[in-house]
Design a protein. Structure first.
Length: 83
């Protein structure tokens, strides 16, 4: 399984209304220091079944999103996540 496939598998497991950090995703994908690479993988994702908007920065800021940060904020608020 490639690193990207591991990342997608972890992100698909994040329940609706919950978030996870890029660092936590990297750790669960067995590459704890690859949190920046997680962001790069998620930025390339086009599969709507992978909820990339549920991954945020360790400092609590939203980070990037291939649909735009405003859309990420909207999706998280729609799921009941306090931002």
């Amino acid at each position: 399984m490639t690193f990207a496939e591991k990342v997608y598998q972890v992100v698909k497991s994040i329940p609706q209304g919950e978030i996870m950090t890029y660092r936590a995703v990297a750790k669960l994908a067995h590459s704890p220091r690859a949190f920046r690479a997680v962001g790069n993988v998620l930025n390339k994702n086009r599969d709507p079944q992978i909820p990339c908007h549920r991954v945020i920065r360790s400092d609590g800021r939203l980070g990037g999103y291939n649909g735009g940060v405003d859309k990420k904020r909207f999706l998280l608020k729609q799921e009941g996540v306090k931002i």
